[in-house]
Design a protein. Sequence first.
Length: 534
Amino acid sequence: MGWHFCLSVRLLDSMYYHGQGDGGSPEWPPSPLRVFQALAAAAARRNGGAISDADRSALTWLEGQREAPVVIAPRGAEGAGYRLSVPNNAMDIVARAWAKGIYSGTGDANPGTHRTMKAVRPVLLREESALHYIWRLPEPVDEETRRSVAALSEMAEGMAALGWGLDLAIGHAEVLDSKQVEELPGERWLPTEGAGKNSLRIPAQGTLEDLVYRHERFLERIGEHGFVPPPPLSAYRKTEYRRATEPAGREFAAFALLQPDAGNFRPFDSARRGLTVAGMVRGVVRAAAERSGWSESKIASFVLGHGEARTDREHVAVGPRRFAYVPLPSMEARGGGHALTAGSVRRVMLTTFESGCTEEIRWAARMISGQELTWEHTKEPAALLSLIPASDRGLQRYTKAAAEWATVTPVILPGYDDPKHYRRRMEAGVESEEQRDLLARLDARIDGLIRKAIVQAGFAKPLADSAEIEWRQTGFWPGTDLAGRYGAPDHLKRFARYHVKIRWRDARGEPAPVRGPVCIGGGRFCGLGLFAAV
């Protein structure tokens, strides 16, 4: 049984939280660095403004933890913004006016004229529960760890705020076993590798000394040289966090498909040429891997997705640790209502459905940008690959976070949708009641296979179980073709294909935004089962 140090913080205002992250954006959950700062402030307060040696040792132990803590927090969402009228830190101007004998209460002599409007965008808390920061303790627990945990627990009792000054808070700390941690209420946020897109600041070696130095400079900010602002805190690290229900962060590299002379986009038909584009990109990556000296086994598994030897005839899958080649149909605003329509393929994404593949993705971004795609039989140039940034608008429809997604290419089910031949029995003629029963069983079979595909693609089973799912042969986006008209790899042609819409929900039925790319089903490594955010 594992043991964990759990630092719990309860906000006294159970509705709003005002702390901000980088660039003034709302921060949720509050970063572990904020908790560390609150502990250091509590330690200083209870010792007359200086941190005792025992507390300093405990805080140094905490900042030295290599693993970032798991955060369990109430569900939060960005609330409606508002503006406050606040002082503009310009009382020196007022003082100079008063020194000149100007007391009219107008112009520079009036403090009320030196105010500014401050935009506030708090996080709206949707439930009342405490924040929990969970650090896993080493086994066995040594004496230094025991002393540090005891001192940090005393500091936690003296916490006053977390975030802005109005985010009043009280703290509590204790050691819990793994079962007790699992029972804590709230939404779990896990430290992750790759593109989690929710970067939180974490204490690191030297954070405490940097905090002490910054506080000293703050106390001495006004002196013989006038006002000297204290330096910003710099001794910390950043870690990406994701909800436990979300898949691990997925790195990707995206490329525009240009004409061979790079003059314009080179469009490809999604239904009839999507597999061709995926195959051409795979060929370019294979050639680059061979030039770079990759081993034959890694090229076979990571680039080609083959687990079988060259002499074997039957294809053997290698699992998710491999490249996926995903052609991206352009989502274009058309018509008077500017409805989004799935158009031709003008971009392609290279990604994986497994975390820890950052180096391979970055390698591919360097090596294949500027390479030509060629037709398999004629070897004539078909398109030119050009690396595009993650901010590309045509790309963001596939990479943003959203609670509702719909396919632009159909999902290939991971199994037969009608193994008991319900359709054949209905075609033979059955009573209406039996027909309803057979249709219900068929629907349940398809629903189960789609949820299975979601889990196979790396999503958490609770998220798959709670999702609201629709499926049909016709597409949910204008411009998509019938599901059966999209090409499929030979070994997957025997399985049914459906267009699918997913509304992600948590266990409470609330929307649960999921960040893309979202691609599920048997053909996901070549771009089938690709979803765009609604």
